[in-house]
Ligand binder design. Structure first.
Ligand SMILES: Nc1ncnc2c1ncn2[C@@H]1O[C@H](COP(=O)(O)OP(=O)(O)O)[C@@H](O)[C@H]1O
Ligand SMILES: [Mg+2]
Length: 303
């Protein structure tokens, strides 16, 4: 029964989880092997020690950026912000966001692709994850975009697919990618590169049908997909939607239902990672546990 997901999950803050330390700012365990999930159709690559996890959904406002930020912090991952408006970059940099988003020169993503280099992530303060920031130049990258790469011109999605796993290995850590809503080459490339895609969904008549359409379109291109009910409230309507989402057949392979994340004022207003700072309040502790559970499940699927 889905209702079990309304119960708190079990990982204590900062505890050593089977897949590595999550939620304490510690480095998460590396992945022993590539995901061999049945139903995954993406072309495999050689064994890698570090996963690429992409947050994706056609629908906006479901929590992609919020979960990307906090998952990256929990996993001690590099956060790559591919959302052209740079929601995660704005959260990360606060008042300095415009300086990053409109930094002179080429966008970090485009520079790394064209030079065949690995971007140097920015170090975050107060526990913020390392970041490859968004840039206003990403706004111009629509359907059909072709970019210069060290291997010659490539469709943007293909260039991103090739680059992200390489960057993860070069950085020696997991990578969490935030993507824009809607359909486009930035999200497509990050989906194709991902060991696990995480699909947040709010439990309502707008997001659930959009999720179903997304899964139908992407089933052939996703290796492992984790559907994460987000902003779940303890109310009858959410419970009904939750049961519907959990019903047989609604989430087909290679997608699976993941642990939910509750509606949380803490997540809504947090200006820094949840585990940073003094001992957490009960509300922050609850949010940390949920993000930890999500990070752990993602690692399990990638392994
Ligand atoms: N679990 C949550 N609890 C409370 N608010 C949330 C939660 N997840 C996301 N939000 C809020 O929902 C809004 C949209 O989230 P965002 O991460 O920007 O979505 P997306 O990136 O999918 O467009 C933001 O105001 C964010 O603070
Ligand atoms: Mg966003």
């Amino acid at each position: 029964m889905y209702t079990m997901y309304f119960l708190p999950t079990a990982c204590a803050v900062g505890s050593r989880c089977p897949m590595g330390t999550v939620g304490s700012g510690g480095r998460a365990g590396t992945l022993p092997s590539r995901c061999m999930m049945q139903g995954g159709n993406r072309q495999g690559t050689a064994n890698r020690a570090h996963m690429v996890c992409t947050l994706v959904q056609w629908k906006g406002g479901v929590g992609k950026s919020t979960l990307a930020i906090h998952m990256a912090a929990a996993l001690d991952a590099v956060l790559v912000d591919l959302e052209p408006w740079g929601g995660a970059t704005a959260w990360w940099a606060g008042p300095r966001a415009a300086a990053l988003w409109q930094a002179p020169g080429r966008a970090p993503l485009l520079r790394a692709l064209s030079d065949g280099t690995v971007p140097r992530p920015r170090r975050g303060s107060a526990g913020r994850p390392r970041l490859v920031p968004s840039h206003e130049q990403l706004l111009g990258l629509g359907e059909g975009a072709v970019v210069a790469t060290a291997e010659g011109p490539l469709p943007l999605a293909e260039a991103i697919r090739r680059a992200l796993p390489r960057w993860a290995e070069a950085w020696g850590c997991h990578v969490v990618v935030d993507t824009p809503a809607g359909f486009g080459p930035l999200a497509d490339g990050a989906v194709a590169a991902a060991d696990v895609v995480v699909l947040p969904v709010t439990l309502d008549q707008w997001a659930v049908p959009a999720l179903r359409k997304f899964m139908a379109s992407y089933a052939g291109r996703v290796r492992c997909g984790l559907v994460v009910p987000n902003r779940v409230r303890r109310r009858l309507e959410d419970r009904r939607w939750a049961e519907l989402v959990a019903a047989d057949g609604l989430i087909p392979a290679p997608f699976v239902l993941g642990p939910p994340v509750a509606e949380s004022e803490v997540l809504h207003v947090a200006r820094r990672p949840l585990a940073a700072g003094p001992a957490p309040s009960p509300a922050r502790g609850a949010a940390i546990e949920e993000i930890d559970a999500l990070a752990r499940r993602t690692l399990e699927l990638a392994a």
